[in-house]
Design a protein around this ligand. Structure first.
Ligand code: GUN
Length: 292
């Protein structure tokens, strides 16, 4: 069993990104990312802090907008329009999910697609489906694909089962894996909460991508001997023995599954750091394109 080290691969991505940032700096440009967080969800606060910290480490400009849960739709729309027009900002991210009274789709539509570093705008979703290389691709699936490539996992002709159909992970992951070329050319199945007999579907897979959002949802019975498992889940479970009172676990029951796998990602230290690294890379891409 090979442990796929997301920290090491994300460090490689960040190193590449750093040299692109230096090239921009030489032209007097500092890539800038704006992150909008509405409400006080502790997991979202932790993600946003992490994004901010990584921006700072790479010498990028970052602005963090932590808005109260009572923020209105119009206030968010106004902020997005201001950031669209701000030449110091090249990437805009609105942390998902926002509070229930916010129309997330309307906010996504308001983001300038050239600054949509999350790849959630319909123009970028369509570009990904069309295999247009100018698409901004959502950071988590992009990070998973990069992990597979870095670990030397053959995706061409592989049977891949993606468990989860979200716009953030499942759907773009499937599109990336079925696209032509490196890290693609797979035979892709998407399974989800309504799939009948999930284990019989996932047991066919050479590669399983678990993006369910439920702790330890994937056990030994779901995995074929010698399969590769990418665990996208980041679930907080209570654990009084830790300082924080909680512990992060994936969607995969690691201890039950690891011994059967050819390769597997840990949680934490697998997909999580890759998401952040890909966000930095997408933001630098946006800065490069907006400043030619
Ligand atoms: N919530 C969980 N993952 C993400 C992400 O990649 N982008 C945004 N905007 N929100 C998220």
């Amino acid at each position: 069993m090979k442990l796929i080290d997301g920290k090491a691969v994300s460090a490689e991505v960040e190193f590449e990104t750093l040299s692109r940032i230096e090239a921009l700096n030489a032209r007097g440009i500092t890539p800038g990312l704006a992150v909008i967080l509405i409400g006080e969800d502790p997991a979202s606060q932790a993600y946003v802090r992490n994004k901010d910290r990584t921006c700072a480490a790479l010498g990028m400009h970052s602005r963090k907008f932590e808005l109260p849960a009572s923020t209105t739709q119009e206030e968010v729309m106004k902020l997005v329009r201001e950031l669209n027009a701000d030449p110091a900002i090249h990437g805009i991210l609105v942390q998902s999910p926002p509070p229930k009274h916010i129309d997330e789709h309307a906010v996504t539509l308001a983001i300038d697609p050239r600054k949509d570093v999350d790849g959630f705008h319909p123009l970028n979703v369509a570009k990904l489906a069309m295999e247009d290389p100018t698409a901004f691709v959502p950071c988590t699936p992009l990070g998973c694909q990069r992990l597979l490539i870095a670990a030397g996992i053959e995706t061409s002709g592989a049977e891949v089962v993606v468990v989860g159909r979200s716009l953030i992970v499942g759907k773009p992951m499937a599109l990336l894996l079925m696209a032509k070329g490196k890290g693609g050319d797979s035979t892709v199945t998407i399974a989800h909460s309504r799939t009948k007999d999930l284990a019989s579907v996932t047991r066919r897979a050479d590669i399983v991508i678990a993006a369910i959002g439920r702790p330890k949802a994937i056990g030994a019975e779901h995995i074929k001997e010698g399969a590769v498992v990418i665990d996208v889940g980041i679930n907080r479970i209570e654990d009084p023995s830790t300082n924080s009172g909680y512990r992060l676990v994936g969607d995969v029951d690691f201890d039950a599954v690891a011994h059967k796998c050819k390769a597997i990602t840990p949680v934490p230290g697998g997909v999580g750091p890759m998401t952040i690294a890909m966000l930095m890379s997408n933001t630098v891409t946006a800065a490069e394109r907006l400043t030619v």
